[in-house]
Design a protein around this ligand. Sequence first.
Ligand SMILES: Cc1cc2nc3c(=O)[nH]c(=O)nc-3n(C[C@H](O)[C@H](O)[C@H](O)COP(=O)(O)OP(=O)(O)OC[C@H]3O[C@@H](n4cnc5c(N)ncnc54)[C@H](O)[C@@H]3O)c2cc1C
Length: 359
Amino acid sequence: MNRSMQFGSEIIVIGGGVIGLATAIELRLMGAEVKVLCKDFKAAAGHAAAGMLAPQAEQILTGSMLDLCLASRELYPEWVRKIESISGVDAGYWQCGILAPRYHQVDKSIQWLDMATIHDRQAGLSESIVGGYWYPADGQVDNRALIRSLFDASQSLGIKFLDGLEVTNIRHNCGRVTHLETSQGDITAQHYILATGAWSQQLLPIPVVPRKGQMLSVLVPTEQIAYLPLQQVLFGEEIYIVPRRDGKIIIGATNEDVGFTPQNTPRGVQQLLTNATRLFPILQDFPIHESWWGFRPATPDQLPILGSSPYDNLTLATGHHRNGILLTPITAKLIADLVWHQQADNLLSAMSYQRFNPC
Ligand SMILES: Cc1cc2nc3c(=O)[nH]c(=O)nc-3n(C[C@H](O)[C@H](O)[C@H](O)COP(=O)(O)OP(=O)(O)OC[C@H]3O[C@@H](n4cnc5c(N)ncnc54)[C@H](O)[C@@H]3O)c2cc1C
């Protein structure tokens, strides 16, 4: 029997970032009635990210996290086309490849480029670069365009998005969520999905903590825009530089354990500018466009928390830390299949919340 017939079709997603929106869309396409409740759409980390799709450049170790990340990277082109065709908004997906230059000789691998080759591949790198790795299958999506595309797609599909609505408490009885207490009164549904990113621990005792990242962007000067000086991501040591097709260049990111302390700081911005102009000196004369910050949802082992929860009718989709943009398509698919079809993919087993309290 179809699960929707068993338990009705009304699902509430708590959190309207990339994970919440993408999961809501997947479930809506399967036939569910979906509402998204969001405390503050603008605060979502999805707006603050760099949009790198970088399982290899991030050097994620072989194992379940790498499997999940590679599966998501594989899904990206087709998934993004689907979202764009519903929304009509280009999400800026670009399989531009990621170059990871190094100042010191390290273990060489099959992706290693020697000094001459790396400088040939990218003009304008620091003269101190001695080689680096090249990951042609990694790439990027313009995360702000993606979140716009997801939002517009959700609206086209009739998903109700309630922004400015905070869930303050998840009420439960006998292993089931009975209702949500919110800033606008109690709300009930048949099933609930928790996609509240870095704020998840405010609702459930799961180990997700904020990791602040500061970012900034510069603009390619108008006279150089016709032949963008950078057409691949540079993933350096303590710095990454992500060129967009429209001439913006994103520079990131700090990684700070300061809770939800907002704003850019002189130390953070200085770190970004020093590391970026050292790696790619041409940037030092480009106009600064914008600076911002966001909060990654980090877990102790850097894996997301996906799947079942202590409550039968609450599913978890949080803790994506540095790779939430990359992991959006696979998360939406796995969570929607689990909730709607009761199909638990093997990829989910290592992502269970129970790994933190196994008794
Ligand atoms: C500086 C920076 C750079 C990054 N770069 C990359 C990158 O290059 N590649 C990559 O893959 N990932 C990157 N990430 C990580 C990625 O952005 C996150 O993992 C991802 O956005 C998490 O998505 P989410 O939907 O779970 O959470 P969020 O996008 O943070 O959304 C959560 C939403 O839930 C809402 N919410 C919270 N609590 C409640 C509540 N009680 N009631 C209702 N709503 C609530 C919030 O208001 C928010 O809108 C980066 C992150 C940062 C900060």
